[in-house]
Design a protein around this ligand. Structure first.
Ligand SMILES: [Zn+2]
Length: 432
């Protein structure tokens, strides 16, 4: 359907207002407008509202199908991905995940193992239409010396297909070893990475956060936190991160993931935290599938009673940048998943109510994570930008989000790619 020449006009497509900032058109209540896109030399030459009288001879009529920009997945763990067959989570709990992953990492994560699983994950994401991704890398000694070189090689291998970023991942107690943490920050800076830690309510949290911010400032790094991935109402490290950012005068980008406990806290506490998060210009990413899986699992055959996700609506209403992302795939933190951002958006719509109205929620899987990751021109459709988009069968939200859309057409630099998912059997020999 897409001419291999890379020059054509797609007529009669549905574009969403939130992801086509330059399009002047009459948008329907769902935020869609019919439009034509012209592509030449791998770039979008123009996007114009549908002109019914226009000659159709040279155009490909897509009969109202939805076209979205390629996805940006800002929170993943492709170093952990796909270890499930050899290291399942014994009980589906957070502690079960932590212990199982730690045991697998210390015994199995050599460079080849990490590289092959990462490549498998990237092929899945690419086939589903993702063009940029941030992964966390477990960086507890000695893993940082194994995984960071693998990441650098993988980023090079995938350049032009998936724009890959990495953030280090360690519990904040690891920051207490100042000399080691400084070495890690330097290693991350050398790889043009992002400085990341997992925050808990340890007694010296404020002091440790100051050290994290000091290293980020010293080495010019953006920050990425895992915070409050728990139902414990006493977990309020999101607020502590915002306060630390303000008193350290931090000017880089900060992304905070999870923030589950916020949804369990009293309103006054929530309002105070959100004020500080907005003031400190933190961005927040929710991981709805992983949260649904791990949170409120009491492991005594009870039924979960909350959804695990944080307060994205309240955050967005205050102007806080919000995103959703994949998080884990087929590892002890999440038994399922395939780095398909359409699945993430579909699940987020159900779990987080991204509907009635849809408003600008589609930005949460495209334009907003692109901003947080400093990817100019990604996550939107605009004249002059690379022709990277996905053509779906669905013509409305209810059609788009009711089927897996496994036959979507992914276009990169104007040409349809081969959407071939890797075979699970490829990893069998790593799973024994
Ligand atoms: Zn995570």
């Amino acid at each position: 359907m897409i001419p291999p020449s890379g020059s054509y006009r797609l007529a009669n497509i549905r574009l969403h207002r939130s992801l086509t900032p330059g399009l002047a058109a009459a948008f329907d209540p769902d935020g869609f407008a019919l439009a034509d896109i012209s592509v030449a030399d791998g770039k979008i030459a123009s996007i114009v509202a549908r002109a019914k009288s226009k000659a159709e001879a040279d155009a490909i009529d897509l009969a109202g199908r939805i076209v979205l920009p390629c996805f940006v997945d800002c929170h993943t763990h492709i170093d952990k991905g796909h270890i499930w067959p050899r290291k399942p989570n014994p009980d589906g709990t957070f502690m079960g995940a932590l212990n199982a992953t730690g045991a697998d990492r210390t015994t199995r994560w050599n460079a080849e193992d990490v590289a092959r699983r990462m490549d498998f994950s990237l092929r899945s994401a690419y086939a589903h239409g993702t063009k940029a991704m941030r992964t966390h890398l477990d960086s507890v000694p000695p893993q940082e010396e194994i995984s960071w070189p693998v990441f650098e090689a993988m980023r090079e291998k995938w350049r032009g297909r998936i724009d890959l970023q990495a953030a280090c991942l360690l519990g904040i107690e690891g920051v207490r070893d100042k000399a080691w943490f400084e070495r890690l920050a330097k290693r991350v800076a050398a790889a043009k990475g992002v400085l990341g830690v997992v925050t808990y309510m340890v007694p010296d949290l404020e002091e440790l956060l100051d050290q994290v911010f000091a290293q980020a400032i010293k080495h010019g790094l953006d920050l990425d936190f895992h915070a409050d991935e728990t139902d414990d109402v006493a977990a309020m490290s999101l607020k502590k991160i915002a306060e630390a950012s303000l008193w350290n005068g931090f000017e880089g980008n900060i992304l905070v993931g999870h923030c589950c406990s916020l949804a369990r806290q009293p309103d006054l506490e929530v309002l105070d935290t959100l004020d500080k998060v907005a003031k400190a210009r933190l961005a927040v990413v929710s991981l709805p599938m992983c949260n649904l899986y791990l949170q409120d699992r009491r492991n005594n055959h009870t039924t979960p009673r909350w959804r695990g996700v944080t307060l994205l609506h309240e955050m967005k209403a205050r102007g806080i940048k919000v995103a959703v992302a994949s998080d884990n795939t087929r590892d002890p933190f999440y038994a399922y998943g395939d780095l398909d951002m359409l699945e993430v958006y579909r699940m987020a719509t159900r779990i987080l109510h991204f509907d009635h109205p849809v408003g600008d929620w589609p930005k949460a899987v495209a334009a907003t994570p692109a901003e947080v990751m400093r990817l100019d021109g990604a996550g939107i459709l605009a004249a002059g930008s690379s022709a990277d988009f996905i053509i779906f069968k669905g013509r409305s939200w209810t059609e788009l989000l009711s089927r897996p859309e496994s036959d979507r057409i992914v276009v990169r630099e104007g040409r349809a790619i081969e959407c071939q998912l890797p075979d699970y059997a490829e990893l069998d020999e790593l799973m024994v």
